[in-house]
Design a protein around this ligand. Structure first.
Ligand code: ATP
Ligand code: MG
Ligand code: MG
Length: 549
């Protein structure tokens, strides 16, 4: 695949295999189960599982669940579902919390080696004493406690003798290191909190920087891939693996996270949208979560093609969200049917068509893909067209329906506007037209031409449907100004709900079925609001875009 060259990690792995640094590859995707996965995680999933598959290695799904407070089994289940839906299979499913005993042993080993100590500074005192980029760190007054005292205090931390924040276990590395991460970082903290997996077994929990390298080493991960924020943590990662005397030596590699225009990409912020009911859940079709994209109508194929196309690099960039849209259009173009739907209906009465008569007309399911076959659609005296396909006083170059004008109905006849019917306050209620039986589609009629072609749905058999049109949830990508948060940039018009009609055979449509509605875009049958009585469609994406790949 030509795009694979834009993944620098592939080249590192090829070189590692060639030089014999490794003889197999083993990756992992390590989400913290504190929220639903988003499109940024999809990049990481495609990367880790993609490398595992390509190099006939293995990939684990590992829940990095070392923080009891924010984690939940609901998130665990959603993450498993999302990874599977994207089309990947893990070789093993692990929980970091299953290694708590092992991690604790390694911490004790560090204490015995004089490489870790219990510190009584408060979080704030510790933060200050670690200094800044320009200011060296200050050693903690507790730094030189004896091994015996540290072992005793750490045991009592585990036994629950101290309150949250009262004591902390720190690595003893180098308070004058130019890398702040090496200035005696925290390894274990006290948290009297129930854990989703281990319950109340523990009241001390390992910090990410201590836990993650151990998790990788325990599982035999060869290439531990993370985002660039962790670049400066790499020396600490290596220190932990070395000083804890782990058998396996995993290596950390960093890549640039996915950032996308008009998109919040942080579980914390997405959770805020859910908690504050700005959206109707993690799977709201406006959310950039994998579950939201799925409900919107995105396919795994489109998301994987997108992940492939954006590539993997070490420099930060901002991807245009239109690029993601491009891939769903490409994926659906030839493989979904294109029935007609009227989303803002206007009634047309064809006065010269026999009352009570209904005829069936042939229509292609997808004009660009004849393999999709044909369907039959009813036609009669009453049909719906789109409100904006009629204008009483048309501007120049308007070729659709207006008084005296003739247009072509897709797959049916020419109709001519004869009369505009209004109610007592002047609102248009219906349009009376005549049709010309000679002009039936497919008969090869060439007698005269019309400039406009419009879509329609026969009225007596039409199936009522709800259409949910979406726009960006976030208005623009301005940096948040002083005193404002991303919630101040919400688009008040990100959802528009319309009631219209679809063709009668659409009664058979099921949740997650996808269609192109000519002129409107690609739509998905919403799995949450669709009932046996009512179809609800989510706009996936409009038909056209100025975006070129
Ligand atoms: P968030 O900041 O959105 O809460 P996170 O990084 O805290 O995400 P984790 O569950 O810790 O989420 O991430 C699991 C994996 O997904 C990590 O390896 C992380 O690097 C990767 N990841 C998270 N966000 C992105 C992103 N925007 N682009 C690429 N990879 C990402
Ligand atoms: Mg995280
Ligand atoms: Mg994060």
């Amino acid at each position: 695949n030509e795009n694979k060259s834009s993944n620098f990690l592939r080249h590192i792995i090829l070189e590692d295999l060639r030089s014999g640094k490794v003889d197999h590859i083993y990756t992992r995707f390590p989400p913290e189960p504190n929220g639903y996965l988003h499109i940024g995680h999809a990049k990481s999933i495609c990367l880790n599982f993609g490398l595992g598959d390509e190099f006939k290695g293995k990939t684990n799904l590992r829940f990095d669940d070392t923080n009891p407070v924010k984690e939940d089994t609901e998130y665990v289940e959603s993450i498993k579902e999302d990874v599977k839906w994207l089309g990947f299979e893990w070789d093993n499913l692990f929980f970091a919390s299953d290694y708590f005993e092992e991690m604790h042993k390694r911490a004790v080993l560090l204490i015995k080696k004089g490489k870790a100590y219990v510190c009584d500074l408060t979080a704030e005192e510790m933060r200050k004493s670690r200094g800044t980029l320009t200011e060296a760190g200050q050693e903690s007054p507790y730094r030189n406690r004896s091994v015996e005292e540290n072992l005793d205090l750490f045991a009592r931390m585990r036994q629950g003798e101290f309150k949250d924040g009262e004591k902390i276990l720190r690595a003893k590395i180098d308070m004058s290191s130019p890398n702040i991460n090496l200035r005696d970082p925290a390894l274990y903290r006290i948290a009297h909190a129930s854990h989703h997996n281990t319950g109340d077994t523990w009241c001390i929990y390992p910090m990410y920087d201590f836990a993650h390298p151990l998790e990788d080493a325990i599982e035999g991960i060869t290439h531990s891939i993370c985002t660039l924020e962790f670049e400066d943590h790499r020396p600490l990662y290596d220190w932990v693996v070395r000083e804890c005397e782990m058998e396996n030596t995993p290596h950390q590699y960093e890549f640039a996270r996915l950032n996308m225009t008009n998109t919040v990409m942080s579980k914390r912020k997405l959770k805020q949208l859910v908690d504050e009911k700005v959206v109707d859940g993690w799977d709201d079709p406006r959310m950039p979560t994998i579950s939201g994209l799925r409900r919107r109508g995105y396919t795994p194929e489109a998301i994987r093609a997108f992940a492939q196309a954006i590539g993997v690099a070490r420099s930060e960039s901002l991807v245009d969200s239109k690029m993601l849209e491009h891939f769903i259009r490409e994926d659906l173009k030839l493989r979904v049917p294109r029935p007609m739907a009227v989303i803002r209906p206007l009634k047309i009465v064809i006065t010269n068509y026999p009352e009570g008569q209904v005829e069936m007309l042939d229509a292609d399911n997808n004009k660009e893909n004849p393999e999709m076959g044909k369907r039959q659609i009813p036609f009669s005296r009453e049909i719906f067209i789109e409100q904006d396909d009629f204008m009483e006083t048309p501007p120049p170059k308007y070729h659709r329906l207006y008084p005296g004008n003739e247009v072509r109905l897709i797959d049916a006849y020419f109709i001519k506007c004869e009369e505009v019917i209004k109610d007592e306050v002047g609102t248009i209620v219906e349009i009376h037209c005549t049709y010309d039986p000679e002009t039936k589609s497919g008969t090869g009629f060439t007698g005269r031409k019309v400039k406009g072609t419009i879509h329609w749905v026969e009225a007596t058999q039409a199936v009522p449907a709800e259409f949910r049109l979406y726009d960006a949830l976030i208005l623009d990508d301005r940096e948040e100004e002083e005193g404002k948060t991303f919630l101040d940039y919400l688009n008040p018009n990100s959802l528009e709900i319309l009631q219209g009609f679809v063709e009668p055979h659409m009664r058979a449509a099921r949740p997650q079925d996808k269609f192109q509605f000519p002129r409107h875009g690609y739509f998905n049958v919403d799995p949450k609001y669709t009932t046996p009585e009512k179809l609800v469609f989510n706009l996936i994406v409009s038909l056209k875009s100025s975006f070129v790949i």
